[in-house]
Design a protein around this ligand. Structure first.
Ligand code: GLN
Length: 473
């Protein structure tokens, strides 16, 4: 019998249909027990709660959830001390949808604290490691979701992406990760970081698996006022090995100094493969790209500082008892938040404060519009834009931890899609000479996940790169 843990979602669905979910869940529980001590990808796992979903599309299949998505009755921490022991009394909409589809909510995944980071090192519960090299980071902030899928500890996972937190770890761990169009997936029950950026999306072993999950989690939700009524086609039906005539753009501003030469080579080779498959490759320009990181670290931290105001020791998680209320707020927030969270709360409060609001926040929003307009122009000429997902492969644990700017720059290629609200994804496109995965980013027009996934699927099926697995045993 094939190893159950290495099955794709599509295969696992068939296996659970045939033999029931028991053998599948047992195999993953064993695997997680053996591998998690090495990786720290799961903060908690509970294989006992198999849904009664016989006949439902994901019946029994174990799916893992980033620890910032609320599950009724289970602790959810955002990998922060301030939320330790916080048990939400309701399900996020994506959780309701997974439960209705019969999935087993298998585990809750490690992440950067409040999704602030690109390495999973800011977790209050210890860093997660990259299954391809335990000395390296899995990327972040959804590092646990990416590492657990890559290490066959789960069939697939959900993460969230505010500035790259699905795509960058997917690239660094060699799996598929999709950030849907802003508004495609309900944010209800996702603990907010940057409300005008955040999107939940899938991590999977194949593009087809990601499409299956996208079909399940997407759709309008009256509980999220930013959720879109736009209809989504069945994405699994969109997966054809056909890119003939598709216009693909390579943005000249994305092939810059500082990008790892092996990453650049691999992405350029991917463009050649598309050409061979019949796509038309064109250079495009996204002239405001260089301002993306600066704008993001103004607007997103402003939203974060406002969203994190509610964690004050009164309603959620940690409370440090002191003699008066004011002191209780101070002590709780001081002990509850880690360094990166404090840095962002301070920065965000500053850029929103009287006298600085116009100079920073408002100006940031205006540049954000210019970045969105860059994409609108480019998508008049091309259907899909290709780029590296991350300028480098997985870096060493500790390498960038003391230098926030170096860490922030690792999101340079992923942040623009969040600023513009467009769909974007990462698909494995090769390996470095040292054996580390490289990710190819695809971006598409708003709500055109179908074209993006078709292009990713054609590449994946042509190259078969996704079949290679890390050796952990
Ligand atoms: N790494 C980026 C940040 O630290 C993006 C994080 C995310 O998408 N949640 O803000």
């Amino acid at each position: 019998m094939a190893d159950l843990c290495s099955l794709t979602l599509k295969e696992a669905i068939e296996a659970a249909k045939k033999d029931g979910p028991g053998p599948l869940i047992d195999a993953f529980a064993k695997r997680a027990q053996a591998v998690n001590p090495k990786l720290n990808a799961f903060l908690r796992f509970d294989p006992s709660k198999i849904e009664n979903g016989k006949g439902a599309p994901l019946y029994g299949v174990p799916i893992s959830i980033k620890d910032n998505i609320c599950i009724d009755g289970r602790e959810v921490t955002c990998a922060s001390k301030i939320l330790e022991k916080h048990v939400p009394p309701y399900n996020a909409t994506v959780i309701e949808k997974l439960k209705t589809a019969g999935a087993t909510l298998f585990s809750q995944c490690n992440m950067d604290e409040f999704a602030f980071g690109s390495s999973c090192e800011t977790s209050a519960f210890g860093p997660c490691k990259n299954p391809w090299d335990l000395m390296r980071v899995p990327g972040g902030s959804s590092g646990g979701s990416a590492a657990s899928v890559a290490a066959d500890m789960t069939v697939a996972a959900l993460g969230s992406d505010t500035g790259g937190s699905i795509r960058q770890p997917a690239a660094l761990c060699g799996v598929v990760g999709v950030k849907p169009t802003y508004g495609r997936v309900s944010r209800y029950g996702l603990i907010a970081f940057g409300s005008s950026f955040d999107q939940i999306g899938p991590f999977a072993k194949t593009v087809e698996d990601a499409a299956i999950l996208m079909n399940i989690i997407s759709g309008h939700d009256p509980k999220d006022s930013t959720s879109s009524p736009e209809k989504m086609p069945d994405l699994t039906q969109a997966l054809k090995r056909d890119v003939k005539g598709l216009k693909i753009g390579l943005p000249k501003e994305y092939f810059i100094e500082g990008i790892d030469p092996e990453v650049e080579k691999s992405v350029r080779a991917a463009a050649e493969i598309y050409k061979k498959l019949g796509a038309e490759i064109k250079q495009v320009s996204l002239p405001h790209t260089e301002h993306s990181v600066a704008v993001y670290y103004i607007v997103a931290v402003a939203e974060a500082s406002s969203n994190l105001g509610r964690f004050d020791g009164v309603e959620y998680g940690l409370r440090v008892p002191t003699k008066d209320l004011r002191e209780m707020y101070f002590e709780t927030r001081d002990r509850g938040f880690g360094r990166e969270a404090k840095r962002r709360i301070l920065l965000g409060t500053f850029v929103l404060s009287a006298g600085y609001y116009e100079a920073y926040y408002l100006k940031g929003q205006k540049v954000r519009t210019l970045i969105r307009q860059d994409f609108e122009k480019a998508f008049k000429e091309v259907d899909v834009i290709l780029s590296p997902t991350s300028p480098t492969p997985a870096f060493k644990i500790g390498e960038k931890a003391a230098d926030p700017i170096a860490m922030y720059l690792s999101d340079i290629f992923t942040i623009p899609a969040n600023l513009a609200g467009i769909p974007a994804m990462s698909v494995p496109c090769g390996f470095t000479s040292g054996g580390l995965p490289i990710g190819l980013q695809l971006m598409a027009r708003p709500f055109d996940e179908a074209t993006m996934l078709r292009a990713a699927y054609s590449f994946e099926q042509e190259t078969g790169i996704y079949k290679k697995k890390p050796k952990l045993d």
